[in-house]
Design a protein. Structure first.
Length: 216
């Protein structure tokens, strides 16, 4: 009897070890598949990631500008934009994008000119945007993305003073929003989250074909 019980126990242990090994192997394979499926996408691979990367780059450029030519409000502006950048990184992670990728990174990888360089190209052919008359098209070569800021619909700009009203039309879906500039930024016209939601296409964080008009 004693021998039979010992053999029975050994068989049970062997079966349990075998089952555990199979389960462990299966778990390893599933984990590997899951990690591969969740590999971050770059801006070149996803329009969502490209929009978020552009938003991040705009805020980074703004901070660089404030640090290179500071004034009495620069510290507060930088702190605000750093908080916005942190929120954009959260959105990048939630969207499966490479966290921390900025527009400069993606454009350099794609061999494209930077947005700043593109925006400066027609400067000699047209008056500064801030001097445009009401109803005149401005920021002719700018794409539009979100600033990452919360609050009621509004815009920020590096060319228009607070109080200026801008009408932004997404030519890909013909949706428009008219917003007031409430703060400065690193681009001709950036929409905060609420304003961007009014004109964007579903799932996109970048408007390539935008018509921007100064209306007040």
């Amino acid at each position: 009897m004693s021998r039979r019980r010992t053999l029975g126990t050994k068989k049970k242990v062997a079966l349990l070890v075998s089952a555990a090994a199979v389960a462990g192997g299966g778990a390893f394979v599933m984990a590997g598949t899951s990690n591969a499926a969740q590999s971050p996408q770059t801006a070149a691979e996803s329009t969502v990631c490209q929009g978020l990367a552009t938003a991040l780059g705009n805020n980074q450029r703004f901070i660089e500008g404030q640090r290179s030519a500071p004034d009495a409000q620069s510290a507060a502006r930088i702190a605000n934009r750093e908080a916005v950048i942190a929120q954009i990184k959260v959105q990048q992670e939630a969207s499966g994008c490479a966290v921390g990728e900025s527009a400069q990174d993606s454009q350099a990888a794609a061999g494209q000119p930077s947005q700043a360089a593109s925006a400066s190209a027609p400067a000699s052919q047209a008056p500064p945007a801030g001097n445009a008359a009401s109803g005149q098209q401005v920021c002719n070569v700018s794409t539009v993305t979100l600033s990452g800021e919360a609050g009621a619909p509004a815009a920020s700009s590096n060319q228009f003073p607070a109080g200026t009203k801008l009408k932004v039309t997404n030519l890909d879906n013909n949706k428009s929003t008219t917003v007031e500039v409430t703060s400065v930024s690193g681009s001709c016209a950036l929409l905060n989250n609420a304003a961007f939601e009014q004109v964007r296409e579903p799932g996109k964080f970048l408007i390539r074909r935008a018509l921007i008009e100064k209306v007040g």
